[in-house]
Each structure stands twice: as structure tokens, then as C-alpha cells.
Design a protein around this ligand. Structure first.
Ligand SMILES: N[C@@H](CCC(=O)N[C@@H](CS)C(=O)NCC(=O)O)C(=O)O
Length: 210
């Protein structure tokens, strides 16, 4: 049994989306980030970094959204959202999941929390740097999809596409968004056509970027 501590639209979104898409039984605990419910002693005991999400697996806490996404994809191999261990596609899958978690998610964190790196006085510079890094990654991903798409691994969706679309969604209020890249936009269209996307929006009460 899975219990997901989530906040609407946050890094928990990929985990929630996969729980729905894979039809895995789960419970939700909603956290209000503005009310700092992710900084209470009870939550910090589960997730010492005090970030969202946390996934309880039979009561045991797990942190890191990308790791959760890979775990859930492996929990239901018949759904085909994770290539078979030992296959060439599996190597690509590890590469993309790590790339998204290490090279795209961190500049988004800097963009959302621009004073975190070097204080309020340097927030604008931090935000501009983050945005440039995000667009550098988007451009490379778009070029990859142009040659090898429509999904990151080619013809079939994997958990990496769920992760990527969550991160693309976070660019929705930037002057230039992920949807300004044609192959990223095509991928988003494919992923949003899954019934689980609509169910996720209903469950989290989301409206933007539907
Ligand atoms: N590497 C972590 C990052 C999680 C993260 O930064 N979550 C954000 C929401 S998207 C958060 O909890 N922000 C509130 C805070 O840091 O105070 C993961 O992927 O689980």
C-alpha cells in the first residue's frame, strides 16, 4: 500500500500521476506548503529535507520523486513504463531519469526559490541563470526528440516522459515555455491525452496547463 504526501502541482505530481496511470492502490495526504506543513517535526521525521513528496511504502518513508517514479514503474512491469533490466533501452531510461533529476529539476528549484542560492540581493540573477539553464536543457531534449521521438525512448512512453512533462509544466509562466519547442509540445500532447492526466487534474484540483 502506498501513501503519498503531496502538494498540488509540486514534485509529487509525477508520483501521483504514475499511481493513477498504473492503477496502484494509494492514499493521499495533502500538504499546504504555504502553511509550512512540510516543516513540522512529524513530517521532518519522514523526510528530513522537509520537501514534497514523500511516499510511504507499507509505512516506510521514501524520498526523491525520480526514485519513486522508477520504483512505481517497476512495480507494474506489464504496463511497460520501464524497459526490461539489462536491455539497451534500460540504459537510456536510467540516463534520462538521471538527467531530468540532476540537470533539469535543480534549475527549476532555483527558479522557484531564487534567493536560495545566494540570498535575496542576488535573486534576480539567480532566476535568470536558472531560466537560461532550463532552456539549454529544453533545447537539447527537443533536438533529441526530433531525431528519436516522439517519446524520450522512441516509440513508447516510459516513466521518464511522466517526469519530463511534470517539469515542462513548471515552465508555464515563463516568457518562453516548454511548449514553444515543437517536439516537446508534441510529447506533452501525447502524454496529456492519457486518461490518467485528466484524473490527476481532478484529484489535485489543478486547472492551469490542462
Ligand atoms: N529532490 C527533491 C526535491 C523536492 C522539492 O524541491 N519539492 C518542493 C516542491 S516542488 C518543495 O518541497 N518545496 C518546499 C520547500 O522546499 O520548502 C525531490 O525530487 O523529491
Amino acid at each position: 500500500m502506498y501513501t503519498l504526501y503531496y502538494a498540488p502541482g509540486a514534485a509529487s505530481l509525477v508520483v501521483h500521476w504514475l499511481l493513477i496511470d498504473l492503477d496502484l492502490p494509494h492514499e493521499l495526504v495533502k500538504l499546504d506548503i504555504a502553511a509550512r506543513q512540510h516543516k513540522t517535526p512529524e513530517y521532518l521525521a519522514l523526510n528530513p529535507s522537509g520537501v514534497v513528496p514523500t511516499l510511504l511504502i507499507d509505512g516506510k518513508p521514501m524520498c526523491e520523486a525520480a526514485a519513486m517514479a522508477m520504483l512505481l514503474a517497476d512495480a507494474k512491469p506489464e504496463a511497460g513504463l520501464a524497459p526490461v533490466i539489462g536491455s539497451a533501452k534500460r540504459a537510456e531510461y536510467y540516463q534520462w531519469m538521471s538527467h531530468l533529476a540532476n540537470s533539469l529539476q535543480p534549475p527549476f528549484r532555483l527558479w522557484w526559490y531564487p534567493s536560495e542560492a545566494a540570498g535575496e540581493a542576488n535573486a534576480e540573477a539567480g532566476k535568470a541563470t536558472a531560466e537560461a539553464r532550463i532552456h539549454g536543457v529544453f533545447a537539447n531534449l527537443d533536438a533529441h526528440l526530433a531525431k528519436n521521438g516522439p517519446y524520450l525512448l522512441g516509440d513508447a512512453a516510459s516513466a521518464a516522459d511522466f517526469m519530463l512533462v511534470m517539469l515542462m509544466r513548471w515552465s508555464r509562466n515563463m516568457p518562453k515555455t516548454a511548449l514553444d519547442y515543437p517536439h516537446l509540445a508534441k510529447l506533452a500532447g501525447l502524454m496529456k491525452s492519457r486518461p490518467s492526466w485528466k484524473a490527476l487534474y481532478a484529484a489535485e484540483g489543478l486547472e492551469e496547463w490542462a
